[in-house]
Design a protein around this ligand. Sequence first.
Ligand code: NAD
Length: 252
Amino acid sequence: MKVAIAGAGGRMGRTLIEAVLADREFVLACAFDVPGSPAVGQEVGNIRIGSDPKAAAAADVLIDFTRPEGTLENLRHARAMVIGTTGFSQSQKKAIEEAAKRLPMVMAANFAVGVNAAYKLAETAARILGDGYDVEIIEAHHRFKKDAPSGTALALAEPIAKALKRSLDAAGVCGRKGIVGERTKEEIGLLSVRAGDIVGEHTVIFGGLGERIEFIHRAQSRETFARGALRAAVWLAKQKKGLYSMQDVLEL
Ligand code: NAD
């Protein structure tokens, strides 16, 4: 399978290039970053990192872990796309849905298989515990992360909100400061920690009176995201146009 990598100079781009080069199932067809990036011109495998997204048209699939504006530009040139970028606005998400009418895409805020299992655990716990338990999600990432709360924290909160018949837009509370009053029963807290080189940690707390459940997912290296993204790319090759999730890939 011929793979193109966008954001080739980034943390995820570099990890993806290594994963593609290490696996005989894949051929690195092209890799690119923005013009002016120090990665442009570097040799990786048998190719040089370029700066023209049009090169993605030569690959079976484009894997994009960049920035929302980058993803929206890059999807104009891809035949199929795996999107790992996070931090899209509602209108940017609409543009992606529109593009999925002409090409197959998998989009996930987190490609780690364990995190996708955690989404199911979160939903099941919320369904069993109901309104008597306060839900708080704490996420921690490296100091370079641009968006907050993380896409994964929001993706964990969504199935919980749905199971509790709440709207995340109304119930989500991102951080607290000052005299905010007692916690309401409905709110779902989302707290962000940024420090050092933390790859990604998500803790979900269901706090009741007299007991609490907590579960934690820790990503120990970016390899787990790259492996998940490549698994999605292989699955995508057999799909028709449309927008799919990692839950579809894993048949959860
Ligand atoms: P990074 O800043 O290290 O890398 C991003 C790279 O994209 C940079 O090299 C940048 O120059 C490049 N870029 C920006 N605009 C571009 C464009 N138009 N075309 C090509 N390249 C462009 O960031 P990162 O840590 O690698 O993360 C990238 C994105 O992936 C973020 O949104 C992050 O939240 C997300 N992410 C998702 C997952 C997941 O599993 N879905 C995992 C890790 C990171």
